[in-house]
Design a protein around this ligand. Structure first.
Ligand code: BTN
Length: 257
């Protein structure tokens, strides 16, 4: 039986994440969906060496060779985050990834809504799934695929890159995972402490194409625009060459690379 809210205030004794390690699973997000109702843990991380049905955004799959990358999902119970501001969870998770990856290489940005980019190439993708109950966010599953040591990509993903391709050597995946979990804890605590403006400001600073005009494409065709902001609701606001504001939900607009 789940009792919630689980935790009203962060204290010095806040427990750190529980990490579950699996060799193979269909999808780490699916694993947590199955187990979420049984856990009251503050933060549960499940990581797998291989996924037989790794899920990407929409109908996409997520390609990852066995034991070369990081495939993991983080389950939290962010009942303190207002449902209307749930994009903050996306921002916090993306910032955690960026903070760690900045320690490995220059050129890391966050492509709206939550891809991690190295220059114009995708280093990491995220699949966030939340469940709402009684007006609160009961569960948030933040699933991350981070390309670490894989050097060739066979799927039709348009522009993948791995840390090993960037750095020219293999990376210790265990250490990287520990660093990322610690960063997740840090940013999640910021959410618990209500530091919403700080998270949003950091996210905006980290955005891919934060400054300048670039080409985008929506249902009506291509246009040049600059990013104005990402709203609390996660909508992307662009301003086109005619000065017109255009607002988009995820997948309504494409960044033309
Ligand atoms: C994207 O399409 O960019 C999102 C990819 C998310 C992939 C990760 S891998 C770990 C977790 N489990 C899944 O099935 N998907 C996410």
């Amino acid at each position: 039986m789940i009792k919630w809210p689980f935790r009203k205030k962060t204290t010095a004794e806040t427990p750190s994440a529980t990490i579950i390690r699996l060799d193979e699973i269909d999808s780490t997000n699916n694993y947590l969906h199955l187990h979420a109702p049984q856990t009251e843990a503050w933060m549960t991380v499940v990581t797998a060496e291989f996924q037989t049905s790794g899920r990407g955004q929409g109908t996409h799959t997520w390609e990852s060779k066995p034991a070369e990358n990081l495939l993991f999902s983080v389950l939290t119970h962010p009942v303190m985050v207002p449902v209307r501001s749930q994009f903050l969870l996306s921002e916090a998770g993306a910032l955690a990834l960026k903070e760690v990856l900045d320690g490995y290489t220059d050129g890391i940005t966050l492509k709206w809504p939550n891809d991690v980019y190295w220059n114009d190439r995708k280093l990491s993708g995220t699949l966030i799934e939340t469940s709402i109950g009684g007006g609160h966010i009961k569960n948030c599953i933040f699933g991350i695929g981070l390309n670490v040591n894989q050097r060739t990509f066979e799927s039709d993903a348009p522009n993948p890159v791995s840390l090993a391709q960037i750095l020219g050597h293999d990376i210790d995946r265990e250490l990287l995972l520990k660093q990322i979990v610690a960063a997740f804890e840090k940013y999640y605590r910021m959410l618990e402490n209500g530091q919403y403006n700080a998270i949003s400001a950091l996210y905006h600073e980290a955005l891919y194409r934060r400054k300048g005009a670039y080409t985008y494409e929506d249902g009506d065709g291509r246009f040049e625009a600059t990013i104005v902001e990402v709203g609390d609701d996660g909508l992307l606001v662009l301003r086109d060459g005619d000065g017109r504001f255009r607002e988009y939900e995820f997948r309504e607009v494409k960044f033309v690379l």
